[in-house]
Write a protein that binds this ligand. Structure first.
Ligand code: FDA
Length: 394
């Protein structure tokens, strides 16, 4: 293997490949190192195998970071429309599933094949199944020692991702390297991840696992309106994955089980039209039957004919259903999390180039940086955007 490179990129994921392509197009001699056997492994398994590759509504508001302004520059210089153009140039069929989320019609393999072809055209060299033993800075660049080679480069780009899915090759490499060079790393935790039951709630709710319904889920002054799913382990579904990135251990989760309805008005009109109908029957018109039965068993309401309900009891019932409080025990952790929150402190990086401010030639891009997107294609857009800008300078 050639030992001397202009750029070494660590990580053949979305961000690393995109950066390598851009640097290669500039004539830089680029080597991509990865510990896995193939490139783009997370891309391949993303979006249920169809890769939700971007979101047409992507904007800085869809990202979580200690510095919410940091992502603005990269996202505005390489936008979702730029990536959609690329996908269209490769004639990859895609569709909008919901809420601006774009998925491949056929397979995530189409995106990886596109990236591979772009890498080939830019003369990017891949070295897969590599184990990096050490990195040191030297005159004019970096030395990267793998199990088999001692490599040199002028620019070192760290695109090694976060800690989610350790069985897919995730390591703490990027965080450790940042610390080795004196960059601050903000605490990391699992995001876009199912929440788990307290033991007492598990006994109560595991019976209704499989039940799914539209809700709003709220924690820490943030609210998402999507579906929620009861599972054996806890709560999941898009609403819960989204709110999990804002929920902190110990927090309550406030769930509206009947969102988008005037519940008081609905119950009052049902009371007038069907005074003899049982409340349980009425509630099954707006919520899954198994959930209604569980709420009855939990004494959230008493089953009685609608005509027996006083205006006060209707109000109380509406409050209980629209502000149902869950107290999750924790999250399923990195084993199932889609992303890692926190990471390399953006104060250490230039938002224009993604380079470390005080360590020449060192770049951090993608998920390893303290920028985390919502569910819905935003994390890939951050990978493309941050990779693209770094690729213009590294
Ligand atoms: P990424 O993790 O993709 O790549 C890092 C690479 O570095 C990996 O190949 C890893 O093996 C390698 N590496 C790590 N340590 C190393 C070391 N020490 N030496 C060498 N190589 C090393 N997002 C989205 O927008 N839409 C979606 O549909 C989905 N779906 C989805 C599903 C699942 C199951 C998960 C887990 C995640 C998603 N995501 C997603 C999130 C998205 O996959 C993620 O944010 C990006 O892949 C991050 O891209 P990066 O290139 O930063 O890291």
């Amino acid at each position: 293997m050639q030992l001397d490179w202009d750029v070494i990129v660590v990580g053949a994921g979305a961000a690393g490949l995109f950066c390598a392509i851009e640097a290669g197009k500039r004539g830089r001699r680029v080597l991509v190192l990865d510990n896995g056997k193939r490139i783009g492994r997370k891309i391949l398994m993303s979006g249920g195998g169809r890769c939700n590759f971007t979101n047409i509504y992507a904007s800085p508001d869809n990202f979580i970071s200690a510095n919410p302004h940091f992502c603005k520059s990269a996202l505005s210089r390489y936008t979702q429309w730029d990536f959609i153009d690329l996908v269209q140039r490769y004639q990859i069929p895609y569709h909008e599933k919901t809420l601006g989320q774009l998925f491949c019609d056929d397979s995530a393999k189409d995106i990886v094949a596109m990236l591979q072809q772009e890498c080939d055209q830019a003369d990017v060299v891949m070295a897969l199944s590599q184990q990096i033993m050490s990195v040191s800075s030297e005159e004019g660049g970096y030395q990267v020692r793998t199990a088999t080679h001692s490599l040199q480069c002028q620019s070192l780009v760290v695109a090694s991702g976060g800690l989610s899915l350790p069985n897919l090759g995730a390591t703490a490499f990027g965080y450790q390297l940042a610390e080795q060079f004196g960059l601050k790393v903000l605490p990391v935790r699992a995001g876009l991840v199912p929440l788990t039951w307290q033991p007492s709630d598990k006994a109560v709710f595991e019976e209704i696992s499989g039940v799914s319904l539209p809700v709003t889920a709220e924690a820490n002054h943030t609210l998402f309106a999507e579906d929620m799913l009861f599972t054996h382990r806890g709560l999941s579904g898009p609403a819960i994955l989204q709110i999990s990135s804002y929920w902190q251990p110990g927090d309550e989760l406030l769930v509206n089980l009947t969102p988008g309805q005037d519940l008081v008005g609905f119950l009052q009109s049902q009371q007038q039209q069907h005074p003899a109908q049982e409340l349980k029957t009425t509630l099954t018109r707006i919520m899954p039957k198994r959930l209604v039965e569980k709420l009855l068993a939990l004494k959230v309401f008493q089953n009685q004919p609608l005509k027996a309900l006083s205006p006060k009891s209707i109000e109380r019932l509406c409050d209980s259903l629209t502000q149902y409080v869950f107290k999750p025990n924790g999250t399923e952790g990195y084993r199932t999390a889609e992303v890692t929150l926190g990471g390399v402190d953006t104060n250490e990086l230039s938002s224009k180039t993604m380079a470390a401010k005080h360590q020449p030639g060192l770049y951090f891009i993608g998920e390893v940086v303290d920028v985390t997107g919502w569910l819905g294609g935003y994390n890939f857009q951050w990978a493309w955007s941050s990779g693209w800008v770094a690729g213009q300078y590294c």
